[in-house]
Design a protein around this ligand. Structure first.
Ligand code: DGY
Length: 425
């Protein structure tokens, strides 16, 4: 069977009726940015079902605009922390109390860019909800003028060494309620975050619950506060895509002015994330101003967001070339020259499909075709070698953590569609 057919079958197997889980067992619910990438993949063969994926994700949006990282439509004992541990969250469906990188608007634009009345109607249908989601990041999740993150899970890059400087500043809650991890029962514990990291993740959840998931309080008073290049660049691009959609829909001038202000704020924050020492955009602890110390697989998303100066971009390219000489499969999630690199442990080294997708797209859009193709081809080689895994060892291409993984299938389909498949109506 062709890999393209296997990818379609993988997405069908993970379909739970209107929404798609990342993979059975390890992640049995709907995840926010997973669903956005999944929609891109499904759109290559079934546009209506792709749109349903978007609409089902929006069903979980909170009244304040936040779209949570996970929507719990059931209570599945195979996953922890599930709905009872997150407590009384504020959305229409039980959910987590933090968000995830807001790739959604960019995907909506991609899906509806062909024009025509159907696509205009779809844009119209979701515009206010997308606007509210962006407003939530710019209001409730902003600290000192910078869009922040309050939990490593919100960044999508759970245990990347980037977060150590923030986690080191916090203590595990003395009254942390006991719990049993489930992730380590599905996959090799050596590939997953450490116990101490988990205790701190759960400490932040306990704090959020203790303030009734008041997002302003969670941002201002919570135990963890960092700036993340992943959320930053994805939001900045998404703001630009939101502006394009707003113009296309003929939205009022106040709406356009508001989005333009968010974009100006984002461009200024790009500089905030620039580490001159590293020659790269890196995570930063907001209370102390400390920079992280390694180049990650979101450090080159400046191209995807079309942000940063020519000098900054040149140094980012130097870093990409340095790392390409060290690994067989681009792009590792943590710097192979930095302390803490582990080729198989979750966000400490492995290659992530959705990150290669965005990085490659950004590089291609900005004219760096050779690097863009390398980042794309390396992931395709890893998939051809190992199958549709959650992530891959950058030294060997071996699959890591979850198998039969939806976003890996989706990224594959999206790239195959660009190059080989017939267009979708
Ligand atoms: C997990 O459970 O590992 C997820 O990444 C949290 O969103």
């Amino acid at each position: 069977m062709s890999l393209t057919q296997t990818a379609i079958d993988t997405l069908a197997r993970n379909d739970r009726g209107g929404f798609t889980i990342p993979t059975a067992g390890l992640y049995p619910y709907q995840w926010n940015w997973d669903s956005a990438f999944i929609a891109l993949g499904i759109a290559t063969y079934d546009m209506d079902r792709a749109w349903t994926e978007i609409m089902s994700l929006l069903e979980g949006q909170w009244p304040d605009g936040m779209i949570p990282s996970i929507i719990f439509r059931s209570d599945d004992p195979s996953y922890f922390p599930g709905p009872s541990r997150w407590g009384k969250t504020l959305g229409p469906i039980p959910s987590t109390g933090v968000s995830q990188p807001p790739v959604l608007t960019t995907v909506v634009r991609q899906l509806t860019d062909a024009g025509g009345t159907r696509n205009a109607a779809r844009r119209h249908e979701v515009f206010d909800r997308l606007f509210a989601f962006h407003k939530w990041f710019h209001d409730a999740r902003t600290s000192n003028g910078i869009v922040a993150t309050v939990h490593p899970w919100e960044t999508g890059r759970d245990n990347c060494p980037d977060w150590n400087i923030g986690l080191d500043l916090m203590d595990v809650a003395a009254d942390l309620a006991p719990y049993t991890r489930m992730d380590n029962k599905h996959v090799n514990p050596q590939y997953r975050p450490s116990q101490e990291q988990y205790d701190k993740y759960l400490t932040i959840v306990q704090f959020g619950d203790s303030v009734g998931w008041d997002q302003r309080r969670l941002t201002d008073e919570g135990p963890f506060l960092m700036a993340d290049p992943n959320i930053h660049f994805i939001l900045l691009r998404a703001d630009k895509d939101l502006l394009a959609i707003a113009r296309d829909l003929g939205k009022p001038v106040e709406t356009l002015t508001q989005i333009e202000a968010w974009i100006a704020k984002g461009e200024a924050a790009t500089d905030y994330l620039w580490s001159e020492a590293l020659g790269a955009f890196t995570a930063r602890e907001i209370r102390t101003g400390a920079f992280s110390t390694g180049f990650t697989n979101c450090s080159a998303l400046c191209f995807y967001a079309d942000s940063g100066t020519a000098e900054q971009r040149a140094r980012v390219l130097d870093n990409l070339n340095r790392i390409a000489a060290k690994v067989d499969f681009m792009l590792p999630s943590w710097d192979p020259d930095a302390e803490g690199f582990e080729a198989q442990r979750y966000w400490c080294g492995p290659v992530w499909p959705q990150m290669n997708y965005m990085t490659s797209l950004g590089l291609a859009e900005q004219g760096h075709d050779a690097l863009a193709m390398k980042i794309r081809d390396d992931l395709c080689r890893a998939i051809e070698r190992s199958g549709f895994w959650e992530c891959f060892n950058p030294l060997t291409g071996e699959g890591c953590v979850g198998s039969n993984f939806s976003w890996t299938a989706a990224v594959w389909l999206s790239w195959q569609h660009e190059t080989k498949l017939e267009g979708v109506a």
